[in-house]
Design a protein around this ligand. Structure first.
Ligand code: NAD
Length: 239
């Protein structure tokens, strides 16, 4: 039995990843605050589990259920995330802590609970959804801190678990049209879209394809796969 777990599995990108992994996996655990409707949409291989990744009790309950029902998971995708941010001078410390809890510390704590059983099953793949913002974007102090931390932790973990047959990688999406980016001001959305060389916003499937690749790539570890339509190369226009 091949089992995958996707946190944030009811969100725009997470649901796309669940649907993609369900093609090859026997079961995909859709772990999110309210996962029932998304799991029903994905189909019979989707198993909803309520998870608040920032809560220790919730993480423990989900990890325990996965171990009890399936003996653990083979693919863990940490995709749950929030984007509420401000420039450093206006950044409320409570908001900073909440963002780190959901985007960095919670995912690492859940990973810690599931890596042992994964090794016991003979290995697997950990894929953390970072962001192009891990390199730093204007006004995103907290989000960039969290995503940069996730990249560093993934690379360190890759070394720790390599001999247990586990790969650890990040996917760093650029702009993907989801509920998260729906809230951006029109001016920023337009400027962002103009700067994407391939000429369109990313789709959840673009990220899901990268995740599916890394889930099966046993000789690729500690890497950041940037999925951004070429935006990280530079400006698409001739000067
Ligand atoms: P989304 O808002 O559609 O989905 C996020 C999901 O995370 C939601 O289903 C939400 O319920 C879940 N979530 C939030 N807090 C949670 C918690 N405490 N516990 C469990 N689940 C929680 O956003 P998305 O665009 O699908 O984002 C998915 C991931 O991709 C995030 O980590 C985000 O940072 C990253 N990302 C998105 C973009 C983009 O342009 N959309 C770009 C780069 C990276």
């Amino acid at each position: 039995m091949k089992i995958a777990l996707v946190t944030g599995g009811a969100g725009g990108i997470g649901k796309g990843i669940c649907a993609r992994l369900a093609r090859d996996a026997d079961m995909v655990v859709v772990a999110d605050l309210d996962p029932a409707a998304a799991a029903a949409e994905i189909g019979p291989k989707a198993r909803p589990m309520v998870l608040d990744v920032s809560s220790a009790a919730s993480r423990t309950a989900v990890a325990a259920a996965c171990v009890e029902e399936f003996g653990g998971v083979d693919i863990l995708v940490n995709c749950a995330g929030v984007l509420e941010d401000a420039r450093i001078g206006r950044l409320d410390p409570a908001l900073f802590r909440r963002l780190l809890a959901i985007n960095l510390l919670g995912p690492l704590a859940l990973t810690r609970l599931l890596l042992g059983p994964m090794a016991h099953r003979g290995g697997g793949a950990l894929i953390n959804i970072a962001s192009r913002a891990w390199l730093g974007t204007f006004g995103s102090t907290a989000y960039s801190t969290a995503k940069g931390g996730l990249v560093g932790a993934t690379r360190a973990l890759a070394l720790e678990v390599a001999r247990q047959g586990i790969t650890a990688n990040c996917v760093a999406p650029g702009f993907v049209a989801t509920r998260m980016t729906d809230g951006l001001p029109d001016r920023i959305r337009e400027r962002t879209l103009e700067a994407i060389p391939v000429g369109r916003a990313g789709r959840p499937d673009d990220v899901a394809d990268a995740v599916a690749y890394l889930a099966g790539a046993s000789y690729v570890t500690g890497q950041v796969l940037v999925v951004c339509g070429g935006r990280s190369i530079g400006d698409p226009y001739r000067q």
